[in-house]
Ligand binder design. Structure first.
Ligand code: TXA
Ligand code: MG
Length: 411
């Protein structure tokens, strides 16, 4: 078993996990830990005071339910069957379940442990603190594939409620440094497991309704889910760019402002024309009413003539310089602009970040890019969108960007 020797190991990692588990069991201050999607802010899901600590630290509205994280099917069995005396056994992650609706079986076989959250009925006599479910009759649960996350849950011996470990409304954290930036004065411990692999949150699916629905796009692609028996007709219950915005979101958290940096975010639809994007950015820069001084551009394509914001490509290239504090691949260059209504031209700075064109790379780096540009105090971040139809993670990326931007434009 993957954790059998955990108690005997005396590595710095096992000590840190034990310390984190101790805090989770006894204190009401949440602990941040890595998962394969984003960093989570964890609390013992069975203790109200502990779960309230999450809402306090994040300043998150309490009608937004939290996802429960388990280390094993056995732990989920105990949650779903509070009166059953299920023996504690050295479990694998594939133990047969008790009382999980059949429709979920193919998903669990394929995607657990991993970035998939399923909605289950909260049983009567449930051990879950009411704050976890925001008093809904259901709860969301997942088994993370991150070994560090599962070790922590196992060491705590409790299901952990954990939203993303960012301050409410900010982009989700994909490194321990992001968590530290947002929450260092509100929490005592961050387990640092390096950058999160996936970079966007888990996919949330509801198999309790007919047809089943995807409530939040995420780490598991829609087509992968649709390929599972019983899920062929799965519907999408979030804004994928085609829904009327007035439609009521089914997953409670989806109605909140989210993933937003301080800067205003302008999102361009996939396949917007390069020339149109450039013209739009240039116009914002020269309009003193808009007041864009420093700006950031997050690109998902190679632009034929670079950014072309300066007078010639040559001056542009020669003035490219790396930003010391920033992430790899981020460049800045001065843009001389003549503001309308202002007699003197002054130099502004554009930060140009090419996220790459692979969907996986874009998902992995997106939140970090938004955060890095925020650190540089830009006024506007222009983001080049990708197509929802690129499958897998693309819809998840666009879902996050639409929330960060509030609106999308086609040029
Ligand atoms: O990847 C993830 O899932 C991350 C990492 C830390 O595991 N966690 C995460 O948790 O994103 P959180 O608490 O931010 O996600 C909560 C969202 C809610 O906003 C809602 O969309 C959905 O999960 N959710 C939770 N419980 C639900 C329920 N009973 N019914 C419908 N949706 C629910
Ligand atoms: Mg979140």
């Amino acid at each position: 078993e993957w954790w059998a020797d955990e108690k005997k190991l005396q590595t710095p990692e096992s000590k840190a996990i034990e310390e984190a588990a101790q805090i989770l069991r006894t204190s009401d201050i949440p602990v941040a830990f890595p998962t394969e999607t984003v960093y989570g802010l964890g609390a013992d899901a069975t203790r109200s005071a502990s779960v309230q600590g999450i809402y306090r630290a994040k300043q998150r509205p309490s009608d937004n339910p939290l996802i429960v994280h388990v280390d094993s099917i056995e732990m989920l069995n105990r949650l779903l069957n509070p009166t059953l005396q299920t023996p504690r056994s050295p479990d694998s992650t594939k133990t047969p379940h008790i009382n999980i609706p059949e429709i979920y079986q193919p998903l669990l076989d394929r995607f657990w442990p991993g970035p998939l959250t399923i909605i289950l009925p909260n049983p009567s006599g449930s051990e879950l603190a009411p704050e976890v479910t925001s008093n809904l009759t259901t709860f969301g649960v997942r088994m993370p594939s991150s070994a560090l996350a599962r070790l922590l849950i196992h060491a705590t011996d409790r299901p952990l409620a954990a939203p993303s470990a960012n301050a409410s409304t900010k982009p989700s954290p994909t490194t321990a440094q992001h968590v530290y930036h947002d929450l260092h004065d509100r929490i005592e411990l961050i387990l640092d497991g390096g950058p999160s692999g996936v970079g966007v949150e888990s996919t949330v699916v509801d198999g309790l309704c007919h047809p089943p629905a995807i409530l939040r796009p995420g780490g598991i692609g829609i087509e992968e889910i649709r390929a599972c028996p019983g899920w062929e007709n799965v519907i999408v219950a979030y804004n994928d760019g085609t829904l009327d915005v007035k439609e009521i979101p089914r997953a409670p958290g989806m109605k909140y402002r989210h993933y937003s940096p301080k800067a205003r975010v302008v999102l361009f639809e996939a396949d917007s024309h390069f020339a149109g994007v450039k013209r739009h950015v240039q116009k914002d820069l020269s309009d003193s009413a808009i007041g864009a001084h420093n700006i950031g551009i997050i690109r998902t394509r190679n632009w034929p003539q670079g950014l072309g914001l300066a007078t010639t490509t040559d001056t542009l290239t020669s003035s490219l310089r790396p930003v010391p504090s920033a992430i790899e691949g981020l460049h800045s260059f001065p843009v001389p602009v003549q503001e309308t209504g202002s007699p003197s031209s002054r130099t502004k700075i554009a930060y140009d970040y090419h996220l790459g064109s692979e969907t996986g790379t874009i998902a992995h780096g997106l939140f970090a890019a938004l955060r890095a540009l925020d650190e540089l105090d830009v006024d506007v971040i222009y983001v080049e969108g990708i197509s929802d139809r690129d499958g897998d993670l693309a819809a998840a990326v666009m879902n996050r960007l639409r929330k960060a931007a509030g609106a999308e434009m086609k040029v």
